[in-house]
Design a protein around this ligand. Structure first.
Ligand code: ATP
Length: 221
């Protein structure tokens, strides 16, 4: 299967990070920005880099943007440009469009405009930092909906040596341990008898309020 081709529009901090990481991972990446200086800054870190205004349909068309599998729109401040770009990409038939939103309202408009996925990097990172502050064992926190999330929790010492039955997380905190990661090996749908070892990482799903309860219960580390 041919490797996916990516284009990233907007070389701010977020766009640059997405574009250079995809390149590092071995994908072909086209970086686009209307600012020549930004393009100069990233030219060595991506496969191709061009100066273009993404609100100019002809410019995007001549770059062959519809041949890219995924286009990431990483324009933050200029909400109008981000929406217009998304609309043009949709019209041109780009298969998958991912757009960074500034706020919820911007996100809603993007969804209606044709974005396949809207991301909120600042909000998500804020969420992670807050959870990590409350409980340093929380490595990651992914919102599934307004009410439910998945938390990646480094096994606190109070859990080590106990099995899932003894920990009784489902009954005590109404959260489900979906997987246990040991030395990068995933144990999906673990058994009640599976014992938590030092260094294990628990992948737990639950209501936000219940996950917070679990975090707080094990935060005295
Ligand atoms: P970050 O927080 O990721 O650094 P940001 O959310 O502040 O970025 P901006 O700096 O507003 O986002 O925009 C990111 C980049 O998008 C800028 O380099 C800007 O030049 C570029 N950009 C803005 N509008 C367009 C456009 N119409 N066409 C191409 N690039 C654009």
């Amino acid at each position: 299967m041919a490797k996916k081709q990516y284009a990233v529009i907007g070389m701010g901090r977020f766009g640059t990070s997405v574009a250079s990481e995809l390149t590092e991972m071995g994908f072909e990446v086209l970086a686009i920005d209307e600012d020549e200086d930004r393009i100069q800054d990233v030219v060595a870190r991506v496969t191709h880099a061009v100066t273009a205004d993404s609100t100019d349909e002809e410019a995007l068309r001549s770059l062959g943007i519809r041949n890219f599998d995924v286009v990431v729109v990483a324009i933050g401040q200029d909400i109008q440009a981000s929406i217009l770009t998304t609309l043009i990409l949709k019209d041109l038939g780009v298969p998958t469009i991912i757009v960074k939103a500034q706020n919820e309202l911007h996100g809603k408009v993007l969804e209606k405009t044709g974005a396949d996925k809207v991301v909120y990097p600042e909000r998500d990172m804020g969420l992670r930092v807050a959870h990590n502050l409350v409980s340093p064992n929380i490595l990651d926190f992914i919102e599934l909906s307004d009410d439910y999330s998945i938390a990646e929790i480094k096994a606190p010492s109070a859990m080590i040596g106990l099995n899932l039955l003894q920990l009784n997380i489902r009954a005590k905190y109404r959260c489900n341990v979906m997987a246990i990661k040991t030395n990068n090996k995933m144990n999906i749908s673990p058994y009640a008898e599976d014992v938590i070892k030092e260094g294990d990482i628990l992948i737990v799903v639950g209501k936000n309020t219940d996950l917070t309860g679990l975090e707080l219960a094990y935060s005295e580390e």
